[in-house]
Design a protein. Structure first.
Length: 132
């Protein structure tokens, strides 16, 4: 399993997973539940299949998509006004996560929405570019 899969499973097994706060975060984790979730893949739904790091970012950002899908996919990035900033095709393999470097050096600081479509599915994630 990848580091983000383990981190996500532990977060989802927290006592406050449905309502994290600034005091306890995701709460106390149930490590056995996280282990079971990792074995059965229940913690890895499309809801958390798309990650960006670092987020927020100043110059470079990478997207990681980890889904059990093989075939063509399309990544689109929109600014807050809904304008298409970037579009890219990617070939996904079911047996490995896909890592994509976004060419974000020339983007102005602000909030962006990443939309990754694969098959009939879609994963959406907000990313923030901060000034250098």
């Amino acid at each position: 399993k990848t580091a983000w899969q383990i981190k996500t499973a532990i977060e989802m097994a927290g006592s406050q997973a449905d309502n994290p706060d600034n005091y306890l975060g995701y709460g106390l984790p149930d490590f056995m539940q996280a282990h079971v979730d990792l074995q059965t893949e229940t913690a890895l739904t499309d809801e958390n299949a798309l990650l960006a790091f670092p987020n927020p970012f100043a110059t470079e950002v990478q997207l990681l998509l980890d889904v059990n899908f093989e075939g063509k996919s399309t990544v689109r990035v929109f600014d807050v006004a809904g304008r298409l900033i970037h579009q890219q095709q990617a070939d996904l393999r079911a047996d490995s996560p896909y890592l994509l470097n976004l060419p974000s050096a020339d983007w102005p600081a602000g909030l962006y929405q990443c939309n990754w479509a694969y098959g009939e599915n879609r994963s959406v994630l907000s990313i923030i570019k901060v000034p250098r």
